[in-house]
Design a protein around this ligand. Structure first.
Ligand code: BG6
Length: 492
């Protein structure tokens, strides 16, 4: 037997892509609520409609920089896919029953900060929001499902983004601290597994997370990173204080990375690229301090991070219990990337890998890369790991009888679970769980599309907002059920 007894098998979602009910139950607006749909295949970006300080309106792409002072707004004439998303808000009982039927013993979901504090920095929390998640967690436990809760998953309160530039400001950090304290206290005994900040390594790259000038203003970006690290460390520390049985992990977008060739210059490009994009974040959150190369880089750039007394120590006190990451694809670094074609990926780009095929959205499919990752992370940190996102975004066809034959997704899942099994059985890594992404269809974070589906459970909803939210099981549902119920032994 390879996967240990009690291995956590489940699925993963995020509030802003799944819940809908964007103003229900006293919820306030998050930046994600102001992000429109897009089209990843034809390259039409998601955008924000913003109001400039002089009152004029502009449209700004998700990957672009939003000028300081611009405020994102909800435009009544624009369609926002996340406003209803796939409506967990009104289907949670039905959905949790389906997760249980699939064999899940864990369910990763995020708490939407703006359900608890509608503006992010309100005096008192919103009881209706707190009760909503309490009911959800209790329902999970009815079926023996452990909730795995992401504290912050791309849903910066709009008020904090517009007025305080998100996590660039200490005001937002202080508001976050109050939010985490409230949820740790309220859900004590109901939630034992937590993740602090989703994909902390890409958080500063997008306005979605509230930072306006994040590309041109390096001081802003680094200050924001510091606040995110302090926020994460605070959550771990207070979470342990409130309930010492809490297990709290980080969350990093951690694709595998390779040098383009054995030319030492390509190898160096990979080493520095991976340092910058992944290991920096892991090192800080697992070890509790900035690596030397980063300290030197900040000095050379003339960037001085504004720290409060005790924060260096807090980073050490708030190191995580386990290393959890999203894995979709791998990335290739080259010393001269312009000589090779560009490849898409989970918020990251690299040069094309001639050995690998890619999804319809251009993300390379690389199961072995996951085994490489698990080995590298285990070698480096020696703490338990969890794969908290993995999956294939694809267009599904509903047959006349309502069935969905998603063999492509089954193949992807089988290949990735097989390498996890090898990593546990042969390489001896300590892997504690697996929560594939979007095990029920939801809105894509990168493109805002519905047709980019990851689910084993189909939801009747399209890119124009048509559909009645009916749930149905794809072929992959039955495959995953077989895998989960056999504790990962039956993979054929
Ligand atoms: C990760 C995020 O980046 O990848 C999720 O944590 C996201 O929120 C997932 O949905 C897949 O990306 P996309 O762009 O296909 O939705």
């Amino acid at each position: 037997m390879s996967f240990p007894k009690g291995f956590l098998w489940g699925g993963a979602t995020a509030a802003n892509q799944y819940e809908g009910g964007y103003l229900s139950g006293g919820k306030g607006l998050a930046v994600a609520d102001t992000l429109t749909g897009g089209d990843g295949i034809h390259g039409i970006p998601r955008k924000f409609i913003v109001e400039m300080p002089d009152g004029t309106r502009r449209e700004i792409g998700n990957r672009d920089e939003v000028p300081a002072g611009a405020k994102a707004i909800v435009d009544p004439d624009t369609y926002y896919p996340s406003h209803e998303a796939t409506d967990f808000y009104h289907h949670w009982k039905e959905d949790i029953a389906l997760f249980a039927e699939m064999g899940c013993n864990v369910y990763r979901l995020s708490i939407n900060w703006t359900r608890i504090f509608p503006n992010g920095d309100d005096e008192t929390p919103n009881e209706e929001g707190l009760q909503f998640y309490e009911d959800v967690f209790k329902e999970c436990h009815k079926y023996g499902i452990e909730p795995l809760v992401t504290i912050y998953h791309f849903d910066m309160p709009l008020h904090l983004a517009n007025e305080y530039d998100g996590m660039v400001s200490r005001h937002t950090l202080e508001a976050f601290k109050r939010y985490v304290e409230v949820i740790f206290k309220r859900y004590k005994g109901l939630v034992h597994y937590w993740l602090t900040i989703n994909e902390i390594n890409i958080n500063t790259n997008f306005m979605m997370n509230g930072v306006h000038e994040h590309i041109s203003n390096k001081q802003n970006a680094e200050q924001c990173r510091w606040h995110l690290f302090v926020a994460s460390a605070y959550a771990v520390k207070i979470g342990h204080e409130i309930d010492p049985t809490n297990k709290i992990g980080l969350m990093i977008a951690h694709g595998a990375s390779y040098p383009y060739s054995c030319n030492p210059e390509d190898v160096w490009a990979e080493l520095t690229g991976a340092h910058d994009q992944k290991w920096f974040y892991g090192d800080v959150l697992v070890r509790g301090y900035y690596p030397a190369w980063k300290v030197k880089a900040l000095e050379r750039a003339g960037i001085t991070i504004q720290k409060e007394e005790g924060e260096d120590e807090l980073l050490k006190e708030g190191v995580v219990d386990f290393y959890s990451f999203s894995y979709y694809s791998s990335q290739v670094f080259a010393a001269h990337p312009e000589e090779h074609g560009v490849s898409e990926g989970n918020q990251t780009m690299g040069v094309k890998n001639p050995y690998l095929k890619a999804s319809e959205w251009g993300w390379t499919v690389d199961p072995l890369g996951l085994r490489i990752n698990l080995n590298q992370i285990w070698d480096r940190y020696q703490i338990p790991m969890m794969v908290v996102e993995n999956g294939l975004g694809a267009i599904d066809k509903v047959e006349a009888d309502g069935s969905i034959h998603d063999d492509y997704r089954i193949n992807y899942m089988r290949d990735h679970i097989k390498v996890m099994k090898d990593a546990v059985e042969i390489d001896g890594v300590d892997l504690m769980g697996y929560t594939p992404w979007g095990h029920i269809d939801l809105v894509s974070a990168g493109t805002g599309e519905m047709r980019k589906r990851y689910g084993f459970i189909y939801v009747d909803r399209d890119d124009e907002g048509n559909g009645n939210f009916a749930r149905s099981k794809k072929d992959s549902f039955f495959y995953m059920q077989k895998v989960y119920k056999s504790n990962g032994e039956d993979l054929d």
